[in-house]
Design a protein around this ligand. Structure first.
Ligand code: HEC
Length: 129
């Protein structure tokens, strides 16, 4: 009996430890703010719209379903705008990403999308709920 209690404690202890691992999210989980999307829209109109109209990313996001947002971020921040790759600060690419998500009608929320600590790798691109 005492053994069983100890075993249970161990199992619960492990449970607590795994709770420290960041929860994995999808783009449905309100991963950007409205402000970011609005700022991203202004940046998109200056830097991206010449080649990608506002609807361009809807099918692109569909094609990227199942991939982490961080991979899409890396592609766009390393290769875009095609005329001047990598020209923008990371924060601007993040805001543009927020705008692109809002254009596919993913919901905004209270927490900012961030490139810190690999956070984008923990968010999966998924079909809209
Ligand atoms: C001078 C034209 C041009 C500009 C400006 C431009 N792009 Fe692109 N972009 C392209 C081309 C060409 C491709 C590759 C062909 C395609 O898929 O249309 C591409 C592809 C992409 C892809 C990959 C899409 C996929 O199918 O996986 C992303 C992401 C992207 N662009 C993001 C951006 C963002 C964000 C901006 C603004 C910061 C931007 N682009 C500005 C021309 C441009």
């Amino acid at each position: 009996m005492r053994f069983a209690v100890r075993l249970l404690t161990t199992v619960l202890g492990l449970g607590a430890a795994s709770a420290a691992i960041p929860e994995s999210l999808t783009v449905n989980d309100r991963v950007f703010t409205k402000d970011q999307a609005e700022n991203g829209e202004a940046l998109y109109e200056v830097n991206c719209i010449a080649c990608h109209d506002k609807k361009y990313f809807r099918p692109v996001l569909k094609a990227w379903e199942g991939q982490p947002l961080g991979v899409l971020f890396n592609v766009m921040s390393a290769s875009m705008p095609q005329s001047n790759p990598g020209a923008l600060p990371d924060k601007d690419y993040v805001d543009i990403l927020a705008y692109i998500l809002s254009q596919s009608r993913y919901p905004a929320g209270d927490s900012e999308l961030s490139v810190e600590n690999g956070a984008l790798d923990n968010i999966t691109i998924a079909a809209r709920d």
